[in-house]
Design a protein around this ligand. Structure first.
Ligand code: ATP
Length: 892
């Protein structure tokens, strides 16, 4: 269909778009712009998955056999605990899944749509056929659409047609009805990406009616891939299963051969196997990761790939953009320099009120009296896609579009030039591209074409052969170019961001393509973009944390250096290395020098990729920010690719591991802090769970070896596993990051969760728990060998309570509980209290005593129980104090 017919068909208008009522009506007919999702796994399946372990089935069968032989109380209790355990596992997994789904929903795609005459960003799922959408290089195409207007558009359609190169798109082409998908050059399709240019289009098909919807049918469920840590833990889990089974079989063989009752010994052995294997670990790790991710979202960092959370803690270099990340991206033009003078511009922010002052002699002037100034301002206003609108507060103004262009627009408005009031017809736009560092528009003015260009001064000057001086067009020689460059550098060294303006009447045209050549130079403007207040502190934090911040910017080296010095990224004698200088270096040379360079300026996306690779060659773990469509390869190559949530393109966001929702450098540092904290917490609860389980196995093994009866019964073991593993481990995942977490060096990326040192500590802590329960058990038995039930009750109580107290000291390997603050992890306190009460209930409520084979203990024994339960935690805390003292003496 022709564009007109199509617009008529959908009852829409290319300059106004649909109104809200029509959108509602159309949506009722076509549904949401979503691909059907794969059906979720039913609850019963997920519950059943909790019973996948062979040992659990052996336990269930053993319990049933015990019941048949008359021990039905045991059977019911064991089955109940097994079901409770499965439910706990199910809820943990559900929570982990839901947290991840919520995070995934946050990164759902958006689309720029024109409705009722106003442009806004809406979730792509809300689009309906007939909507007018606007697209730029790097955008995902949000629905099948017919192009209405195109400026240099090409699309990457590999996902749909298999064509690996971007295909050129042109709105003005009419095609035959039977044109194949790959040849429909006037349309763009959902699931593809705009590789270059700028376009406007009308949506023709959404969701399942789109081409990809028809082929794919179902949306691939985006699964979070397991992190290296999760993989290593799964491996560890498998090893532990084998180790446990060997030990447990040993215990069974010894006890049975010594005349233990078959059923009881077997039940105990299998229960021990069930309890000792930390089957809840993967879910708790996922929860810890997901909770950490949610905390990061609150600090404006959205993680797209789970493994990045771990890598974050190892980051040693952060390569960051300048504009908007280190600076506020709130620009104000301060100076304009043209052939007829140097002017200062007053006014603050985006408020379009201010005056022009001639610098020498200092006086207020009207730009309309100075033709060169007027020309420069007019170009700045016309070669501009931004708009300024009043903000929510009185006297506040907001830019829609690029802040650099917003600042130029504000300058024009201060001069009384409103581009909206200039009658013009844009024939073509050569959009801004951060590799080209320039932008042009070609207008039809009366009966001639005029090109207006702006961009980085070196780039624009390169394209100029003439200059406007006091209203006259004169030749621009090399000396004068040097003079302008000098002025540019002088302004840049005062941290101003400088742009040059040029124009040309009847521009050079070759086969319909306009070229930026033989332009007339009109002037330069310098704008301030102050550093963000909080960044200086974050940069210092990086230095202390052993992380190198590096600035990589498209801006002028002098501007970059001025900002870099102010933020202490560069030392006072440091210098900025430019893209041109990088071109002179081989990869080898760059890798050798990269550690000495803190500022890279006037770089393109290709340089960014080389810089990332050079750092990686030095064995560093690199985080790298990017926004433009060309940045995607560098972002992908970095260990942590970071995309900008506000100014970034969809392509870069998809290549990234992390998206900054506020584009702020400080959020990267917060994310690193959280990343370190999460890894720390995972280590803490893994340590806790394994040490507790080791304690239980050791106790049973010691009794078997020493020829004593079994210190714990099957049901007691299962119960301890339920109360001590579930809640406290989860609560340890909520531990806030330790205060010195950013004073430590980054964690070596290849460091395993359980180093030999940590493994030994786990066994040592396990043996402390084992020892206190064993002492209690042996002491009662020694006093009265006939009172085995009492001895077991004491061992059961100490085993549970000592593990709970141990959870408290697992909060930190360095800091004691008073140093951490008893209530600073509220959840652990709640878990401690809840689990403690449950255990106390089992020990004192007559019905529970009956089920768990408990005999009531006297107050005197209770004192022993409490004292012995506190032994492991006390020994560990005392060791921390001794360690601190030794460190203090060493430092002196
Ligand atoms: P960073 O990479 O730190 O974000 P940047 O924003 O300065 O820095 P680019 O956006 O790539 O990097 O801009 C590079 C140069 O291009 C700028 O220094 C400026 O001279 C020029 N420039 C920026 N925006 C525009 C624009 N909208 N039109 C024309 N030229 C521009």
């Amino acid at each position: 269909m022709s564009i007109e017919d199509l617009l008529k068909y959908f009852g829409t208008n290319a300059t106004v778009g649909l109104d809200e009522t029509s959108v509602q009506t159309i949506r009722k007919r076509y549904g949401k712009n979503e691909l059907a999702k794969a059906l979720p796994v039913p609850v019963w399946r997920k519950l059943l998955a909790q019973f996948q372990e062979l040992v659990i089935w052996i336990l269930i069968i053993a319990a049933i056999i015990a019941g048949v032989m008359g021990e039905w109380v045991d059977t019911v209790a064991i089955l109940a605990i097994v079901v409770l355990n499965a439910m706990l596992g199910y809820f943990q997994e559900e929570k982990a899944g839901r947290a991840l789904a919520a995070l995934r929903a946050m990164s759902s795609p958006m689309a720029r749509v024109l409705r009722s005459g106003a442009t806004s960003m809406v979730p792509a799922g809300d689009l309906v056929p007939g909507d007018i959408i606007q697209l730029e290089a790097g955008d995902n195409v949000p629905a099948d659409s017919r192009l209405i207007e195109t400026f240099g558009v090409s699309a990457q359609e590999a996902s749909l047609t298999g064509e690996s190169m971007p295909v050129t798109k042109d709105a003005s082409i009419d095609l035959a009805q039977n044109t194949g998908l790959a040849d429909r050059s006037n349309s763009i399709f959902l699931g593809t990406v705009i590789a270059s240019g700028k376009a406007r289009a009308v949506v023709t098909a959404t969701g399942m009616q789109s081409e990809i919807g028809r082929i794919a049918g179902m949306l691939r469920q985006d699964e979070y891939e397991p992190t290296p840590l999760q993989r290593r833990l799964a491996e560890l889990g498998r090893i532990l299963v084998v180790v446990c089974l060997v030990l447990v079989s040993g215990i069974f063989t010894i006890q049975y051969s010594r005349g233990g009752e078959l059923m009881e010994t077997m039940l105990v052995a299998v229960s021990l196997a069930v309890a000792a294997v930390p089957e809840g670990l993967p879910a708790v790790v996922t929860i810890a990761l997901a909770l950490g991710l949610q905390r990061m979202v609150k600090r404006n960092a959205l993680i797209r790939r789970l493994p990045s959370v771990e890598t974050l803690g190892s980051v040693t270099v952060i390569c960051t953009d300048k504009t908007g990340t280190l600076t506020r991206n709130e620009m104000t033009v301060r100076e304009v320099w043209t052939g007829d003078g140097h002017y200062l511009v007053s006014g603050a922010g985006y408020e379009p009120h201010g005056e022009f002052h001639l610098e020498n002699p200092r006086r207020v002037v009207s730009p309309h009296e100075y033709p060169d100034l007027l020309k420069a301002i007019t170009i700045a206003a016309i070669c501009n896609s931004a708009t300024i609108v009043p903000g929510q507060h009185s006297r506040s103004w907001q830019v829609i579009g690029d802040p650099t262009e917003g600042a130029l627009l504000v300058m024009a408005l201060k001069a009384g030039i409103d581009p909206a009031a200039i009658p013009r017809q844009v024939k073509l736009e050569i959009p801004f591209d951060s590799d080209r560092k320039a932008m042009s528009v070609i207008l039809r003015e009366q009966d001639r074409m005029v090109m207006y260009s702006k961009g980085a001064p070196e780039v624009i000057l390169d394209k100029c052969t003439k200059e406007l001086r006091q209203g006259q067009v004169t030749d621009l020689g090399d000396d004068r170019k040097r003079e302008i460059q000098l002025k540019n550098s002088e302004m840049a060294s005062r941290a101003l961001r400088v742009l040059a303006f040029a124009y040309r009447e009847e521009p050079n045209q070759h086969v319909g393509q306009f070229h930026e050549t033989d332009l007339v130079f009109a002037g330069i403007a310098g704008m301030i973009d102050p550093p963000r207040d909080e960044v200086k502190k974050a940069v210092r934090e990086c230095h202390i944390a052993g992380i190198r911040p590096v600035m990589i910017t498209g801006d002028h080296p002098a501007t970059a250096l001025a900002i870099g010095r102010e933020l202490e990224i560069a030392t006072t004698d440091g210098r900025a290395v430019t893209g041109l200088e990088i071109d002179e270096l081989s990869d080898e040379q760059l890798a050798n020098q990269v550690e000495q360079i803190a500022i890279f300026a006037r770089v393109s996306a290709a340089h960014k990729l080389r810089i990332v690779k050079a750092w990686k060659k030095r064995g560093q773990v690199v985080a790298m920010t990017g926004d433009g469509v060309n940045d995607a390869p560098a972002v992908k190559a970095a260990d942590i690719g970071i995309a900008m949530g506000i100014t970034g393109t969809d392509v870069t966001r998809e290549a990234a591991d992390m998206v900054l929702t506020d584009d702020n450098f400080t959020s990267i540092v917060s994310a690193v802090r959280e990343g370190r904290g999460i890894f720390d917490n995972i280590q803490k609860f893994v340590h806790y769970l394994l040490a507790c389980n080791a304690g239980e196995v050791m106790l049973m093994l010691a009794a078997a070896i020493l020829g004593l009866p079994l210190p714990l019964l099957a049901i007691q073991i299962l119960w301890i596993n339920l109360v001590t593993d579930g809640l406290p481990a989860l609560a340890l995942a909520m531990e806030p990051p330790e205060r010195d977490i950013m004073q430590r060096k980054p964690r070596p990326p290849r460091e395993t969760v359980i180093t030999w040192y940590r493994g030994c500590r786990i066994l040592y802590h396990g043996s402390l728990i084992c020892l206190s329960a064993f002492v209690g058990f042996w002491w009662v038995l020694n006093n009265d060998p006939a009172n085995l039930d009492m001895a077991r009750s004491v061992a059961f109580a100490i085993m549970a309570f000592s593990q709970l107290a141990f959870a408290m000291v697992c909060r930190s390997h360095r800091y004691t509980l008073p140093q951490l603050g008893l209530f600073s992890n509220y959840w652990l306190f709640v878990a401690f209290a809840a689990s403690g009460l449950l255990q106390f209930g089992v020990l004192t409520i007559p019905f529970a005593q009956h089920v768990f084979d408990i005999v009531p203990v006297t107050p005197q024994i209770w004192l022993w129980v409490i004292g012995l339960s506190l032994v492991p935690a006390t020994v560990i805390e005392l060791a921390k104090i001794v360690f601190h003292l030794v460190r203090k003496i060493e430092r002196k």
